[in-house]
Structure formats: structure tokens, C-alpha cells
Design a protein around this ligand. Structure first.
Ligand SMILES: CC(C)(COP(=O)(O)OP(=O)(O)OC[C@H]1O[C@@H](n2cnc3c(N)ncnc32)[C@H](O)[C@@H]1OP(=O)(O)O)[C@@H](O)C(=O)NCCC(=O)NCCS
Length: 173
């Protein structure tokens, strides 16, 4: 496995982040978990302001949401963005049941190479430094690749809970 790093996005990543986004759109994917809705932002600047607002408890833009931080998974050899991970700093009742501390995605062209599992492992280290010692990660039961990557990263299934017309699996690391 090549060396991977998990880093905070910088403004100089703007073009690469918008290309990352475009790949999801080209693949017909309408959601990008763990990106604070990047898929809905045509302009990098607006997304940037949105994620920065999420970092400060005083400026979190959506009522009832907790502060969150975005990270990029990059391959060290060529600097390519492979995935994006969001760390939510605390758990509301909703996050404790359904959402968890982490959200994430890997770009379609780089899936099934073990990158998500590594991204989660690196994310757990970041979370520890943020004072989160037990990380909750959830996924829909039918999202087999997500469940597998969480387990590969050390996630232990606690239980399954009903969510809309499906079940959500709750894993702890
Ligand atoms: C979920 C996601 C992050 C996984 O990323 P990834 O880098 O491909 O994950 P990994 O390579 O670490 O692990 C995937 C595992 O699932 C397996 N897998 C893939 N498709 C599968 C399927 N249909 N059925 C069973 N297993 C499957 C892979 O073989 C791999 O396991 P292995 O290493 O034992 O072979 C990625 O698919 C993604 O971004 N999906 C869209 C967004 C999303 O669903 N995010 C998670 C929300 S909870």
C-alpha cells in the first residue's frame, strides 16, 4: 500500500477538490458523505466558507449541528485526493443513534483499494487528538463496502437500529 496522509484542506487544493467533486457527478452519484454537501456547491469559495463556519461552535451554520472538521486523504507519491473524511466533534442524540462521529467517501476511480479503511484509521488518530477516545461510525446495512472498510479499520459492531426503510449498523473503534 502506498503512503497516504490525512490533511486539512487548504485553499490551494481548490481545483483538485472541484475535480474530486466532478468525478462523483460524472459517475452519477448524488451524495458525497463526509464532505458537508460539496456536491451541492458549484463554487469552491462558498463551500470553503461553509466548512470554515462549521469549525467554530459559534458559527455552525445549521441549527442542531455540532462543529465538524474536513480532512483530505491524499496519496503521498502524487498528491492526488483519494477521499474525504468529516470528523464531528461530539454526538447529539441523532448522531449517537444514526450519524456517528465520521462521514466519508472515496472517489469512484480509487475504490476497493483499501483506502477507506486507511482513511478511517488515520481519522481515528486525529479524533484522539481532538479528545474523542471512542469513535462511533455508522453505515446503512446494505452499504457492504462501507461496513467492510469500517471493520477492516477495527470497528466493532454494537447493534443495528431502524432508520427510514432500512437498518443502520453502529460500529465503535
Ligand atoms: C464506502 C466507501 C467509502 C468504501 O471505500 P473503499 O476505499 O472502496 O473501501 P475499502 O477498499 O477500504 O474497503 C471496501 C471493501 O468492501 C468490499 N466490497 C466492495 N464492494 C462490495 C460489495 N458489493 N459487496 C461486498 N463487499 C464489497 C471490497 O472488496 C473491500 O473489501 P476487501 O478489502 O476485503 O476486498 C466508498 O465505496 C464510497 O465512497 N462510497 C460512496 C459513499 C459512501 O457510501 N460512504 C460511506 C457512507 S457510510
Amino acid at each position: 500500500m502506498e503512503e497516504l496522509v490525512l490533511v486539512k484542506p487548504k485553499k490551494k487544493d481548490a481545483q483538485a477538490i472541484m475535480q474530486f467533486r466532478q468525478e462523483f457527478l460524472d459517475a452519477g452519484e448524488k451524495s458525497m458523505p463526509g464532505t458537508n454537501g460539496l456536491v451541492d456547491f458549484d463554487r469552491f469559495e462558498e463551500w470553503w466558507k461553509f466548512i470554515k463556519a462549521y469549525e467554530n461552535p459559534q458559527t455552525v451554520p445549521v441549527k442542531g449541528h455540532v462543529p465538524s472538521f474536513e480532512f483530505l486523504l491524499k496519496r503521498k507519491s502524487d498528491g492526488k485526493i483519494l477521499g474525504m473524511l468529516q470528523i464531528r466533534t461530539t454526538l447529539t442524540q441523532y448522531l449517537l443513534q444514526f450519524g456517528g462521529h465520521f462521514g466519508g467517501c472515496v472517489r469512484p476511480s480509487e475504490r476497493n483499494k483499501g483506502y477507506s479503511a486507511v482513511m478511517i484509521k488515520l481519522g481515528v488518530k486525529k479524533a484522539k487528538r481532538m479528545g474523542i477516545n471512542k469513535v462511533l461510525i455508522t453505515c446503512k446495512k446494505e452499504n457492504l463496502s462501507s461496513a467492510k472498510s469500517i471493520q477492516k479499520a477495527g470497528g466493532i459492531l454494537q447493534n443495528e437500529v431502524d432508520f427510514e426503510d432500512t437498518k443502520i449498523q453502529r460500529f465503535w473503534i
